[in-house]
Design a binder for this molecule. Structure first.
Ligand SMILES: *Cc1c(COP(=O)(O)O)cnc(C)c1O
Length: 519
């Protein structure tokens, strides 16, 4: 059975898989490092012998062999194609990694991003030759401000965490402008937050004060009020939060934070559940990053660079970083500096052009109603999984509807000898990328599942059937099988602790393969 097909026969009994001579497993080919292929004493291309020359490197000249790989074209081809086949990707199957929003990247986005006028430009080109690209950045910026109800947007941050840095630097600049830098140096962060939030605050010199989430998984306005004090510069709150729940007190929290003279940073990585439904600016947010690679569907993770534009409220707009695009008569120009209160530059250039193009293509091809429907479908899909799995898995916060992702804990595994990690490994055998596990930390043995709007009902039903079957096998006491999973992957259970504690960081050449003795 695989994720494309339907189960046709009962699962085979799997003992340890027999070893093969090549170590390959069916058509999954073992792949060595590039240095382990071909020969190091030849090259794969014909190069003329260099003309006689006198080396001018003195005693820096290399005396031993350089050891570069010498692959022929087919060898090089196979090496990289095999490596590319080791990636599991959203294009290969369902990728329910909670909080990461692994949704389909429509191919029209790719076609647009590859147009030479966007793909082949250089950030130092004369502005008169890139008017279309600047117009695209300006158009995307307007959509982002429109969808979030905010006054300004910094386009240059290159990922969500980088956006957090940008927003918090704007907040710090605003506090410095008020002459309160010495006294306001604490940032409130709920204990359910993504790890990047406290890391960002600490990186730019704030002390982090933790706010406990309530028993229902959200942050209460009372908990925030109790933590607010004259030393608080800002709160960093995620909505929907990392438990997949909408923070119901958000408007009151924003008011309390503002009354205390602090700013409200919203981690907007999960904006894909809100776009077209609610505008963060209306909820009192001062700064929020938007992960274009999540909400507006551009490749991310190991698959490509992200982009994390930051929208800003009217109060923070003057502190936005340079550069930004400005309309100038019929054209556009880049404002590189000169605004007195701007905190300066965040990156060398203007942001990720390819991601901007893909995100705007996603917006324009969906239209406003389509974006709203994408949010609704993402939430519907997560709740479909929640409803279908809640009688086999345990939910930490009761039967409450979720937003774009559904969170289970490991209570249902109590007494079975099977852990969340074992479940994740068993999913690999079934052809699924595991869900996010052990995050958020406020839930024991967390399993965070985000199907996204791009999965069909057929695909969700097969996933549900698989997860139910896994739960039945666990209850039946098939424990050993779970401890050994994954059984079908090229590598079985890894010793993750040893890998972390005793990493082998130096490559040593392998022994040559011994040919089998003649019969
Ligand atoms: C993904 C995510 C981030 C970080 O975004 P990156 O683009 O990976 O840096 C921050 N907060 C939350 C809640 C996220 O889901």
């Amino acid at each position: 059975m695989n994720v494309q097909g339907r189960p046709t026969s009962p699962m085979p009994n799997t003992g340890p898989a027999p070893r093969t001579f090549t170590s390959n497993r069916a058509l999954q080919i073992e792949e060595g490092l590039i240095f382990e292929h071909g020969r190091v004493d030849v090259t794969g291309v014909d190069l003329d012998e260099p003309e006689p020359f006198t080396p001018r490197l003195g005693n820096l000249a290399r005396e031993d062999a350089i050891g570069l790989p010498g692959l022929s074209e087919p060898e090089a081809m196979r090496h990289y194609v095999r490596l590319s086949q080791k990636n599991y990707s959203i294009d290969a199957g369902l990728y329910p990694l909670g909080s990461c929003t692994m949704k389909h990247n429509p191919r029209i986005n790719e076609a647009m991003a590859r147009l030479p006028g966007f793909a082949d430009i250089h950030p130092l080109q004369p502005v008169s030759t890139v008017q279309g690209a600047l117009e695209l950045i300006d158009e995307l910026a307007r959509w982002l401000m429109e969808l979030t109800g905010t006054h300004a947007v910094a386009m240059s941050p290159k990922a969500g965490a980088h956006g957090e840095l940008c927003g918090m630097m704007a907040i710090r600049a605003a506090i410095e402008a008020r002459g309160e830098a010495a006294t306001r140096n604490v940032v409130l962060v709920p204990d359910s937050a993504h790890g990047t939030n406290p890391a960002t605050a600490a990186l730019i010199g704030f002390a982090v004060r933790s706010v406990r989430a309530s028993a229902d998984g959200t942050v209460s306005v009372d908990a925030v009020r109790a933590a607010l004090a004259p030393d608080v510069a800002a709160i960093m709150l995620t909505n929907p939060n990392t438990c997949g729940l909408f923070e119901r007190d958000i408007v009151e929290i924003a008011a309390a934070v503002h009354d205390a003279g602090a700013y409200f940073y919203c981690d907007g990585a999960n904006f894909n559940a809100l776009m077209g439904k609610a505008r963060p600016g209306d909820l009192g947010v001062d700064a929020m990053h938007i992960n274009l690679h999540k909400t507006f569907s551009t490749p991310h993770g190991g698959g490509g660079p992200g982009a994390g534009p930051v929208v800003l409220s009217e109060r923070l707009a003057p502190f936005a970083p340079a550069p930004f695009v400005s309309r100038d008569g019929d054209g556009f120009r880049l404002v590189e500096g000169g605004r007195e209160q701007s905190f300066g530059r965040l990156t060398a250039f203007h942001g990720q052009m390819g991601m901007f193009t893909r995100a705007l293509s996603f917006m324009l091809s969906h239209g406003f109603d389509g974006l709203r429907q994408a949010s609704e479908d993402a939430v519907l899909n997560a709740n479909y999984l929640r409803a279908a799995l809640s009688n086999v898995f345990s939910s930490p916060f009761g039967d409450r509807p979720c937003m774009h992702e559904v969170l289970f804990d490991d209570k249902w595994l109590e007494g079975t000898g099977v852990t969340t990690l074992d479940v994740a490994k068993a999913m690999i055998d079934e052809g699924y990328h595991p869900m996010t596990m052990y995050f958020p930390l406020v839930v024991h043995g967390a399993m965070l599942i985000e199907p996204t709007e791009s999965e069909s009902k057929v695909s969700l039903d097969l996933f549900i059937a698989t997860m139910r079957e896994i739960s039945i096998r666990i209850r039946r006491g098939d424990t050993e099988r779970f401890h050994g999973a994954p059984h079908f992957a090229p590598r079985n259970r890894l010793d993750e602790t040893r890998a972390a504690r005793h990493p082998i960081l130096r490559w040593t050449p392998r022994q040559p393969v011994a040919m089998p003795a003649g019969e």
